[in-house]
Write a protein that binds this ligand. Structure first.
Ligand code: ZN
Length: 223
């Protein structure tokens, strides 16, 4: 079993035999239910890209204080290392690699990044596969991600403007063929207008049988 806790925006904590923090933007995140001091660190921190709302800063701070390995695209991992994070793994969009007992694949994302390039990530923990799409628009190769990695759960942005809105995210669900989805990256700022209820009705219109799990920051789901 993997417990997934939403920390607001695109930040999630996965807890199983290991702790994994995904895009751990905590300080300055208006949705975060915890402070950095309450966070407790992780075995693995995955940072999908270097925009400020995806937690590179906090991953570096947490790794320095609590240990754990920062995983990101090569250039971002180098940056974390140059800023004092002792343990980093730089990778690229490719195939599974193992970090402290967690299997990870970085995947493509259609977005931008001030350092390196943006990614999503497939995370395999205790036999469960979770796809965190990072910040992205919809792209047809999500079909390939679904076919190759068969995620048990997808974490998809729905806020629009900088990322997919409900329309695109509903298409993403169709392409991925995934049966469980947690929406993210909405409501944090006024411009992120997409709402979970629009997303759910678009999925219904498509006739897709999908379990949409809407978590408030601080709430958890057990997979
Ligand atoms: Zn971004």
């Amino acid at each position: 079993m993997v417990k997934i806790t939403y920390l607001g925006h695109s930040a999630f904590l996965l807890e199983g035999s290991k702790r994994v923090l995904l895009d751990p933007w905590i300080e300055g995140n208006p949705q975060s239910p915890i402070t950095l001091d309450q966070c407790g660190g992780a075995d693995v921190y995955i940072v999908t890209h270097a925009h400020g709302d995806h937690g590179l800063e906090d991953a570096i701070k947490l790794a320095k204080r609590q240990g754990g390995t920062i995983v990101s695209i090569y250039e971002i991992a180098l940056e974390a290392s140059s800023r004092g994070a002792k343990d980093t793994v730089g990778a690229n969009i490719g195939s599974f690699f193992d970090v402290n007992g967690v299997k990870i694949v970085l995947t493509m994302a259609t977005h931008s990044s001030p350092i390196g390039a943006p990614t999503g990530a497939i995370v395999e923990l205790d036999g469960k596969r979770i796809y965190h799409a990072g910040d992205t628009g919809v792209f047809y190769d999500m079909k390939l991600i679904g076919k190759l990695y068969k995620p048990d759960l997808a974490l998809l942005p729905i806020g629009g403007h900088f990322v997919m809105g409900p329309l695109e995210a509903a298409k993403a669900v169709e392409l991925l063929g995934v049966k469980k989805v947690i929406p993210m990256h909405y409501g944090t700022f006024p411009v992120l207008k997409g709402k979970p209820n629009e997303f759910v009705s678009l999925l219904k219109e498509k006739g897709l049988e999908v379990d949409v799990i809407v978590l408030k920051p601080g709430e958890s789901y057990e997979l």
